[in-house]
Design a protein around this ligand. Structure first.
Ligand SMILES: O=C(OP(=O)(O)O)[C@H](O)COP(=O)(O)O
Length: 536
């Protein structure tokens, strides 16, 4: 069976590599055409070689991460790691160590930082560490360029005969195959490593014990509705029977709190009240196109993933649709995560409105999922049950356990230079958030920065994330804490809100595009929390 599997993998590899670079056809080509072919093949080697190089770096990074996670598991299982030696060092010694790269690897930041008492000394050290990291990044960049140039030297075509050119084409074509095969193998290793990291993270999560049980929300619900639910009638999944049974004391408690503006509207006989209020402003909310981790069904949150190929297409389609419908933007707001910025750029490009200013703020970032970051939703559902995953994902005021320094993505997030540019100090940035906490950090920005622009008559696009957009929708539409759980936004679909002079919606939100496809996309996002599937 193992042999058969290996054979199958070999064929798959050959199929993929051959499909990317079909056999060489040189018959009947002129000298000029052969030269062009050489250039084209040379460029392709560059592209494949760059991809190969980047993946190799990722493999090295993943290997280190796997080692760290394994170590963490050993620790959590109770086998003690030899304790770090807390060397008392003066600030000057430490600064010396940081400027001397040979000593840098040995410096134990955590232990030493604790010994440095004065705040200004700590700041000095952190600044030095930031400079070092920046320098290291630059060095890596140069190393990458040098390695790639070595591997694929510049093309020399002048003075070559037709025969020479044909030989060179063959050589280059062969080289592409070699590099592409290497790239394929490394790609397979990256996938394997990612899976392993995911499993190890899950194991750590398990070992750290069960998550804090979220406080149950006491929803007042009528006795009839509860009986209906018990008898199988369609009710909201978020209903908590135990809590409800305790709250239902008398039949008079049938009165349901209605804070959702749409319910108020229904209560006032349908849409009649909309026509009484004029639509003054149009506001567009957009959850970015599909990101790499949306595809892998992992909680992405503050990890900076780029758009997947499908995500790029979604953003471009969104821009084309908005253009077709004649919309024009004056200002775009994004988070400081690449996937929302990339989406804004692609939308503007597809609309031919690249000149429109784009303003970024961490306050539009995705909800901080704390220690859940990086974990696979379907696997979490398998371990903890779908209901629990739904609570973590959709309840309004449940905060997941915070991310801590041992989390595999902690440093990647908090060492990122972008978080030194925020309007709050890095140490005060969230370590985990409920949707409520997202709204709490988003509202001051909305009120102080976005609202004045809208009221000045600017048509605004907010290119952000599933949960930052949901938080804003909750605020604008007055959706209740309970009902917000059933609001799901698919990626790459623009949401149009028409607002009156007080920025209150005058009609239901419109998700623009093919409605059947939108419904299917919403279902796909909801199903991400189901145990059955592991990736989309
Ligand atoms: O990164 C995320 O959202 P995003 O793709 O909108 O940026 C979250 O992981 C979304 O997860 P959720 O749909 O389970 O709330």
């Amino acid at each position: 069976m193992l042999v058969a599997e290996a054979e199958e993998k070999k064929h798959e590899k050959e199929r993929v590599v051959n499909a990317s670079f079909p056999p060489l056809k040189m018959a009947g080509l002129s000298v000029q055409e052969l030269q062009d072919l050489c250039k084209d093949l040379h460029r392709k080697i560059d592209v494949v070689d760059e991809a190969r190089y980047d993946m190799q770096i990722k493999v090295a990074k993943n290997d280190t991460e796997i080692q760290t996670l394994n170590q963490k598991i050993i620790e959590l299982k109770g086998v003690k790691r030899p304790s770090l030696k807390r060397v008392k060092k003066t600030t000057d010694d430490m600064l010396g160590a940081y400027t001397d790269t040979s000593k840098l690897m040995k410096a134990d930041f955590k232990a030493n930082l604790k010994t440095v008492k004065k705040e200004d000394e700590k700041t000095k050290l952190l600044k030095m560490a930031a400079v070092m990291l920046e320098k290291e990044k630059e060095e890596k960049k140069h190393e990458r360029e040098a390695t790639l140039n070595d591997k694929v030297p510049a093309l020399q075509l002048s003075g070559l005969s037709m025969q020479d050119l044909q030989a060179m084409c063959k050589e280059l074509h062969h080289k592409i195959d070699v590099v592409d095969e290497e790239r394929y193998d490394i790609d397979a290793k990256v996938t394997k490593n990612n899976k392993e990291i995911e499993n190890l993270s899950l194991k750590i999560f398990e070992l750290k014990g069960k998550m804090k049980r979220p406080a149950l929300k006491r929803v007042k619900i009528s006795a009839d509705a509860m009986l209906g639910a018990l008898l199988g009638a369609k009710v909201k999944e978020s209903v908590d029977f135990k809590a409800n049974l305790k709250t239902v004391k008398k039949e008079e408690e049938k009165k349901e709190e209605v804070t959702d503006w749409r319910k108020n509207v229904d209560a006032m006989s349908g849409f009649c009240c909309f026509v009484l209020r004029m639509s003054k402003y149009k506001l567009f909310l957009l959850r970015h196109g599909e990101g790499a981790w949306n595809k892998e069904n992992r909680f992405c949150s503050w990890v900076d993933q780029k758009l997947s190929e499908d995500g790029v297409k979604e953003a471009q389609d969104c821009g084309r649709l908005l253009k077709e419908q004649g919309y024009k933007f004056d200002l775009v707001f994004t988070s400081i995560l690449s996937r929302s910025i990339q989406t804004a750029w692609l939308v503007l490009e597809a609309m031919g409105q690249e000149w429109v200013p784009v303003v970024k703020s961490w306050r539009l970032n995705e909800r901080h999922y704390g220690s859940l970051i990086g974990l696979n939703r379907a696997e979490m559902a398998l371990q903890h049950g779908e209901e629990k995953v739904k609570l973590w994902r959709r309840s309004y005021d449940v905060t997941p356990p915070p991310i801590d320094e041992s989390h595999p993505y902690f440093l990647e997030i908090y060492n990122d230079r972008r978080y030194t540019t925020c309007d709050v100090a890095k140490e005060n940035l969230p370590r985990a958030e409920s949707l409520k906490e997202v709204l709490d950090r988003l509202l001051p920005y909305w009120d102080s920065t976005v609202v004045p622009e809208i009221k000045n008559g600017r048509t605004v696009l907010i290119s952000a994330h599933g949960n930052s957009c949901r938080a804003l929708l909750k605020h604008l539409e007055g959706i209740s804490d309970v009902d917000i759980a059933s609001v799901t936004l698919p990626t790459g679909i623009p949401v149009l809100l028409e607002l009156d002079e007080n920025l209150k919606p005058v009609k239901p939100r419109q998700l623009l595009g093919d409605q059947a496809k939108i419904q299917a996309a919403i279902k796909k996002v909801e199903d991400q929390g189901k145990a059955k599937q592991t990736a989309t």
